[in-house]
Design a protein. Structure first.
Length: 349
């Protein structure tokens, strides 16, 4: 026999209410909000001439004391109270104010732990609301019986309304800030994705154009060197034709990983064609760039790639301000074409 389904959550455990409580706790402590609540409860205790006043929120398991004066130990230090010892939880459960003139004589409360262990005598608590939910209470308490006047209760009701409004505003601001942060993160990720090759994770042509423009602008101001190496996978079409595009994709992905592990941190690896990569090498002259190109050829060709023997050809050029940026790519492409021709002649020989 299957177990009985769990009972539906009570009002204290409603997910939406608990989320609002969590937001209210953060909002109450944000930007000095905790100090502001502390001043309000101190004012309430002073005006009402009671030893205890506090703002607290009710979770599914405990009462979280956000601000308080006169609360006895150990609860004053713990800043939490078990629900078994909380009178404020009755405000949440009842969705309205709770007013006790003499809790010790009230049949519903005289056995309550707040009365027996914490010594509560009189209590008045008004709900802190956020939308349709009651999150907690603004309350005042005395250790002796007390006759709460209409003015006393109206003051507590007004203070609860003020705190509710303030917390709602702060929560709304926090939600807007969180939404803005999520939007900024999404924008950043979309920006990165629009400049990243989906298959290999290398940069794409758009990113290459942007980085080239930045490097050239820096060279115009400060001088220096800039090199580019183009890398083409030899006989890649044969791999696709024999083993299929999935294997071809695996080869390209592994090649990109090997290249990325070989280049320096300032260098940029990009996939600029189906089986063609480019490496931008700032502060690198032709000799150093050609030395790196030899390393790149070896790091790919020395071991099988995704189970296949693979080689690459490279073509390297350096930026000449007098010839322009387009010529850099044209020179590297010409060097690559020559290298592939040499390899083809060697293979034929």
């Amino acid at each position: 026999m299957s177990p009985s389904p769990p009972p539906p959550p009570g009002p204290l455990a409603e997910a939406e209410r608990l989320a609002a409580v969590s937001g209210a706790v953060r909002a109450g402590a944000a930007d000095g909000g905790g100090d502001g609540l502390q001043r309000l409860v101190a004012m309430a205790a002073r005006v009402l001439d009671v030893p205890v006043a506090m703002v607290s929120f009710i979770t599914a398991e405990e009462e979280v004391i956000q601000a308080a004066v006169g609360l006895p130990e150990p609860w004053a230090s713990l800043r939490t109270t078990p629900l078994s010892h909380s009178l404020c939880v009755q405000v949440v459960r009842g969705d309205g104010p709770v007013v006790l003139f003499d809790a010790r004589q009230d049949p519903a409360y005289r056995e309550h732990a707040a009365v027996l262990e914490m010594g509560a005598g009189a209590y008045a608590g008004y709900p802190l609301r956020h939308g349709e939910h009651v999150l907690g209470a603004f309350c005042a308490a005395d250790f002796a019986p007390r006759s709460w006047s209409e003015d006393d209760l109206r003051l507590l009701e007004d203070l609860a309304a003020v705190v509710s409004t303030e917390l709602t505003l702060r929560t709304t601001v926090q939600e807007l800030e969180a939404s803005r942060a999520r939007l900024e993160d999404l924008t950043r990720r979309l920006h990165e994705q629009s400049r990243t090759d989906v298959l290999t994770g290398a940069a794409n042509r758009r990113r290459v154009r942007e980085v080239l423009a930045d490097h050239v602008a820096r060279l115009e101001r400060h001088g220096g060197d800039l090199a580019m190496t183009l890398i083409d996978v030899d006989s890649f079409k044969r791999i696709n034709d024999v083993a299929g595009h999935r294997t071809g994709d695996a080869v390209l992905t592994e090649i990109a990983a090997r290249l990325q592990d070989t280049i320096r941190r300032p260098d940029l690896l990009a996939r600029v064609g189906g089986d063609e990569f480019a490496v931008l090498l700032p502060d690198t002259d032709l000799a150093a760039a050609e030395h790196l190109a030899r390393r790149l050829r070896h790091v790919v060709g020395d071991e099988p790639v995704a189970g296949w023997p693979v080689t690459v050809s490279t073509g390297t050029a350096v930026y000449d301000p007098d010839r322009g940026l387009e010529q850099l790519y044209a020179d590297a492409d010409a060097a690559l074409y020559e290298a592939k021709g040499t390899r083809a002649r060697d293979d034929d020989g």
